[in-house]
Design a protein around this ligand. Structure first.
Ligand code: DOR
Ligand code: ZN
Length: 349
C-alpha cells in the first residue's frame, strides 16, 4: 500500500470473494454497484434454479457480461452450486477450462435458495475428493440446519459436526469458511495453517445482534448467518485487521427488494456493495489498522485462490462525509443500501 498523505490511501483494486449478483433486472441494477470499486468477485450460484452444471455457469457468466456497465473492467469468478447429484467430472472439466473458480456448499435449507443443497455428505464425497485432487476450493456456508440447534449456535455447531469431519476425511481439500460470524470461526481458522481461509463481510464488522433487535426489529440488518454477540463482532474485527493472510473480504452483498425485507417473513441479506469500501476504511481506521486494509481487501484473497493481485488501484480519500444513495432502484423495486449507522468520511474513487 502506498500512503501518499495521511488522508489519502491508494490500494491495489479490491476484490469481493463472496457476492450475490442475482439475475435479470436485479443483476442489471446491482452490477454497477460492485464494478465501480471492485475488479473481481466470486459470484454466488444460488439463483432460482441454482447454477449447478458447467453449462449453467457458462450461461450465467454470459448474462453477467451482457449486463456489464459501459467501460467497466470487471471479471466475474463463477461458482457451481453443490448438490447431491453433482458430477465430479463436470466439475473437473469446468475447472480445467477456467470457467469456475470454486464450488459452493449450502447445507440444504440453511439460507436463501438452499433447498437443493446437501443433506447427506456421503453423497458428495466423490466430488469433494475430486476437488481436493485438482485444487478447486470449496466455499462453505457454515451453519447446521438441525431445528433443535439455536440459530445463534449454528455456526459453532457446524464447525464441530460437519466442517472438521469433512476436512479430516478429505485431505488436501481447500476450504473457504464463508462469512464467519463467531470467535469460534476465527479460532478454527487460526488453528489450521493449511488449506483453510475465511471471508468476513462488511456488515458483520459493524453490527451485532442488538442492532437487529433493540428498539424495534430492523429487517435490513437481518442476514444469515445472523449477527452474533458483541464479543464475536470484536473477534471478527481483530481477525480482519490483523493482516493474517487467511482472512479476506467477502461482502455477501445480497440484494432483496424492500417489500421482501420489510415483511412479516423477511428475507436474509444485507446489501453492502455500494458503500463497502468507505465502511471498511472507517472500521480499519477505528482499529488503528489502515495499513492492513489492502491485505484484507486486495491481497489475501488472490493469494488464497492462487491469482495475481490486481495491478490497477483504488484511492480512498478522507474528507467531508460521502453521501451514498439510501436505495438503489431496480425494475423489480427498491433495494435498501446497508446503513452502517455512522457518517462515512472515506471516499472511494
Ligand atoms: O443473508 C444472506 N443472504 N445469507 C445467505 O447465505 C444468502 C444470502 C442471499 O442469497 O440472499
Ligand atoms: Zn452469501
Amino acid at each position: 500500500m502506498r500512503k501518499r498523505m495521511s488522508q489519502i490511501l491508494t490500494l491495489r483494486r479490491p476484490d469481493d470473494w463472496h457476492l450475490h449478483l442475482r439475475d435479470g433486472a436485479m443483476l442489471r441494477a446491482v452490477l454497477p454497484e460492485t464494478t465501480r470499486h471492485f475488479a473481481r468477485a466470486i459470484v454466488m450460484p444460488n439463483l432460482v434454479p441454482p447454477v449447478v452444471t458447467a453449462q449453467d455457469a457458462a450461461a450465467y457468466r454470459a448474462r453477467i457480461m451482457a449486463a456489464m456497465p459501459e467501460g467497466a473492467e470487471f471479471t466475474p469468478l463463477m461458482t457451481l452450486y453443490l448438490t447431491e447429484n453433482t458430477d465430479p467430472e463436470d466439475v473437473a472439466a469446468a475447472h480445467a477450462s477456467g470457467l469456475v473458480t470454486a464450488v459452493k456448499l449450502y447445507p440444504a435449507g440453511a439460507t436463501t435458495n438452499s433447498a437443493s443443497g446437501v443433506r447427506d455428505f456421503d453423497k458428495v464425497r466423490a466430488v469433494l475428493e475430486k476437488m481436493a485432487e485438482i485444487g478447486l476450493p470449496l466455499c462453505v456456508h457454515g451453519e447446521v440446519t438441525d431445528p433443535s440447534v439455536d440459530i445463534f449456535d449454528r455456526e459453532a455447531v457446524f464447525i464441530d459436526r460437519v466442517l472438521d469431519p469433512v476436512r479430516r476425511a478429505t485431505p488436501g481439500l481447500r476450504v473457504v469458511m464463508e462469512h464467519i460470524t463467531t470467535a469460534n470461526g476465527v479460532d478454527y481458522v487460526r488453528a489450521h495453517d493449511r488449506d483453510l481461509g475465511a471471508t468476513i463481510t462488511t456488515h458483520h464488522l459493524v453490527i451485532n445482534r442488538n442492532h437487529i433487535l433493540v428498539g424495534g426489529i430492523k429487517p435490513h440488518y437481518y442476514c444469515l448467518p445472523v449477527a452474533k454477540r458483541e464479543e464475536h463482532r470484536l473477534a471478527l474485527r481483530a481477525a480482519a485487521t490483523s493482516g493474517d493472510a487467511r482472512f479476506f473480504l467477502g461482502t455477501d452483498s445480497a440484494p432483496h427488494i424492500d417489500p421482501l425485507k420489510e415483511s412479516a417473513c423477511g428475507c436474509a441479506g444485507c446489501f453492502t456493495a455500494t458503500n463497502t469500501m468507505s465502511i471498511l476504511a472507517h472500521v480499519f481506521e477505528e482499529e488503528g489498522a489502515l495499513a492492513q486494509l489492502e491485505a484484507f481487501t486486495s491481497l489475501n484473497g488472490p493469494a488464497f485462490y492462487g491469482l495475481p493481485a490486481n495491478e490497477t488501484t483504488l484511492t480512498l480519500t478522507k474528507g467531508d462525509p460521502v453521501t451514498y444513495p439510501q436505495k438503489i432502484d431496480t425494475a423489480d423495486g427498491p433495494v435498501t443500501v446497508f446503513d452502517p449507522g455512522f457518517p462515512l468520511d472515506w471516499h472511494a474513487t
